[in-house]
Ligand binder design. Sequence first.
Ligand code: GLC
Length: 417
Amino acid sequence: METAQITKQASEKGLQWFQDIRFGMFIHWGPTSVAAQYDWHMHDARLSVPEYEKIAARLNPVKFNAEEWVSIAADAGQKYMVFTSRHHDGFSMYDTALSDYKITNPKWSPFGRDPVRELANAIAKRSDMKLGFYNSVLDWHHPAYRFREQSGLVWQDYLDFLHGQVRELCTNYGEIACMWFDGDWPNHKFDETDSYFLPGGSFEYDKLYNMIHTLQPDAVVVNNRHVIPLPGEDVQGFEQDLPGINSTGFNSTIVSDHPLEVCMTINNHWFYIKGSVNFKSTKQLVAYLARSASAGANYLLNVGPTEAGEILPVHAARLRAVGAWLKDNSESIYGTRAGVISPTAVSVSTRKGDVHYVHVLDYISDCVTLTNVPPSVQQARLLKTGEAVALERRDASVVLTIPESGRDPLDTVVVLS
Ligand code: GLC
């Protein structure tokens, strides 16, 4: 007898872990890094499959060093890395058995190595990092996604490929952090005549998510659909915006009570672009991390390594500077949940039970006036040095006066307890 399928979620342990780690590295890397133009180069330049294949065939990332990438993420205090196993261009960045269009095929790249295998091996040496995978559900190269009429293939052929690849990633590379999907945006319909977007039916998420939750019970499923999570999705994601803010036009959805994640670029784009210099400062990055945590969200910060396989030194330096700040202030980020003290123009807060961490991100006055401070709070101290901070209750507010000598130009954390 057939029973109704109940869509599983990630385990309680996996959900807790995901919410505790708060900071991850997103990595967009593939043939688009060779083009070094825009994230959607194949689509935006209207390149045909053979035209784009010429770009893919130039990928030979001789400087790729998984240990180095992992060490940058670890120094930054990041606890998971989400890697583009296959982006919209359809090129698999690992040794999949389900496609020849992949980095390990000598027809496309003399590289002959599997970056995912190397990342998984480098990560397996540590106990404080996990690997996760970005998968595009759309594919501008796959005949069963884009060229069913010409190829005689049917939608099921594409589903077999998509689900099969996810199965490979769930089985071949050890324990994973997450499966991160992209390319299905129900709020942003594409013109039916746009041949780059030709899904032939449902992605059968129920089956896909059940498979992931069965093979990797602790891994969370994220789908960058810009809407409230479906059953089987564990995390609500926000792209390039903090929860509740919608500067991009993607994030009009209300913030649900799911675990949250903000994904954001270190500059203005996901893949490497030649000559791009608009990098966020260390101060901005720390502030985004603190603001994400204060909203109960992880901060998944993207870097786009070069075609040679290097994370740009300027990105690595900024990440490591965030890590240096985190070393002194880790308690105010990891393992915290959304703050209850109202944010101000210069501050946000995180909490662990009855302990509240006020992140002072700027100084427009000698004191910070807070509202909604729980009555249990009696005292304040600097997290970094333990030095007492003057705390005064005035009617409904609490006023903190932080000595100038104790101010951190990036983010001064005051512990209220
Ligand atoms: C958007 C972009 C895609 C990118 C993703 C990362 O969906 O279209 O290229 O990979 O954001 O969040």
